[in-house]
Write a protein that binds this ligand. Structure first.
Ligand code: SF4
Length: 141
């Protein structure tokens, strides 16, 4: 493994994108970042700008209204970039599945590298999903 890949895997910077869900998943994502669950031990850092982020963490259902904004923000992230769907809404539309204005999951709009199901998923599940993504990047999965 080259040093660039090594450093990339050990310092994934996150961009949190809420598509307009109920905020349950967002609270769990933020709880995961607190010292109690300490996601930062994997080198994760929450960033406010897509230009500084490697991983887009998406919560909430992808609606027709948010689709273009989501894609625009995704395109602003530098390559290589990765997407994690957090919660049932982002994974599959969740309770909004079948609504006229909701896509049947984030992967209908963006390429998704990891799915973390749950409504909302617990911090332990989010940590597990992030660890699985990093293991996948390292070629261990
Ligand atoms: S998966 Fe559940 S907790 Fe998360 S945004 Fe959807 S309804 Fe809210």
């Amino acid at each position: 493994m080259g040093i660039i890949t090594w450093s990339r895997i050990r310092s994934p910077w996150l961009l949190h994108f809420n598509t307009g869900g109920c905020n349950g998943c967002d609270i769990e994502v933020l709880a995961t970042l607190t010292p109690r669950y300490d996601l930062e031990r994997f080198g994760c850092l929450l960033k406010g700008s897509p230009r500084h982020a490697d991983v887009m963490v998406v919560t909430g259902p992808v609606t027709r209204q948010v689709r273009d904004r989501l894609i625009r923000v995704y395109e602003q992230m530098p390559e290589p970039k990765f997407v994690v769907a957090v919660g049932a809404c982002a994974c599959s539309g969740g309770v909004f599945q079948g609504c006229y204005n909701v896509y049947p999951g984030l992967d209908a709009v963006l390429p998704v590298d990891a799915y973390i199901p749950g409504c909302p998923p617990k911090p332990e599940a989010i940590i597990n999903g992030v660890a699985a993504l990093l293991a996948k990047l390292e070629g261990r999965l």
